[in-house]
Design a protein around this ligand. Structure first.
Ligand SMILES: [Zn+2]
Ligand SMILES: [Zn+2]
Length: 213
């Protein structure tokens, strides 16, 4: 029947549907997302940054007082510039390392809250880092499951793969009454045949209140 896509394209269609659902429901903001990174890790990174700065400073103070070679050697004749340059280098390296650490921590926490295998995804992102850079992160961002969301009818938390709300039986994957293809409940018109979904919904709710699909 035309109602059902062939099995080969099933999982691909499901993946596309999940990506579409995620785009509609998830309005992620950078700082809100940043907050899922554990506080202790942020504290540890800041601590290591300060330790790095202190070491660079002490090494240069020692070199300056004993007439040794200051770091970086290009500013040997200007101690003030050498202090500034070493602090800048430490800051730059720390920023790159901190970004990588925070990205890995983000993937770990984000996968966990989405009910995915967080250890596996963390390892995947890490093993791609040295050779392929952020490709692991990109794969993760494409493959991640949508966050659980609230049922549009009763507000209970439902998983992204649920077909019906376990609390109120609300149809979470409504289909177009005309072409029978799946639509999102936020769609006003069917994306495949342009039939008016809002009008159809009011009719079906009045006439067939307990029809599952
Ligand atoms: Zn519900
Ligand atoms: Zn349609």
């Amino acid at each position: 029947m035309t109602d059902y896509p062939q099995k080969v394209s099933d999982s691909f269609n499901e993946r596309l549907r999940l990506i579409r659902l995620r785009r509609k429901k998830e309005n992620l903001r950078f700082w809100d997302e940043f907050r899922i990174i554990p506080r202790w890790l942020i504290g540890l990174v800041i601590f290591l940054f300060l330790v790095g700065q202190a070491i660079a400073l002490l090494v240069n103070i020692d070199a300056a007082s004993h007439g040794g070679v200051m770091f970086p050697p290009d500013f040997q004749n200007d101690p003030a510039l050498a202090f500034l340059a070493s602090a800048g280098i430490v800051t730059g390296v720390s920023l790159v390392l901190a970004s990588i650490v925070f990205l890995i921590a983000y993937v770990n926490r984000d996968a966990k809250r989405r009910g995915m295998n967080s250890a596996l995804w963390t390892i995947l992102v890490i093993i791609f880092l040295p050779t392929w850079g952020l490709i692991g992160l990109i794969i993760y961002l494409l493959m991640r499951e949508p966050l659980p969301y609230n049922c549009p009818q009763c507000g209970a938390t439902v998983g992204a793969r649920f077909n019906f709300c376990p609390n109120c039986k609300c149809n979470l994957h409504p289909s177009c009454p005309q072409c029978r293809r799946e639509v999102a409940e936020t769609d006003k018109y069917c994306p495949y045949c342009a039939s008016d979904l809002a009008a159809a919904k009011t009719v079906s709710e009045k006439e067939l209140p307990s029809l599952p699909r």
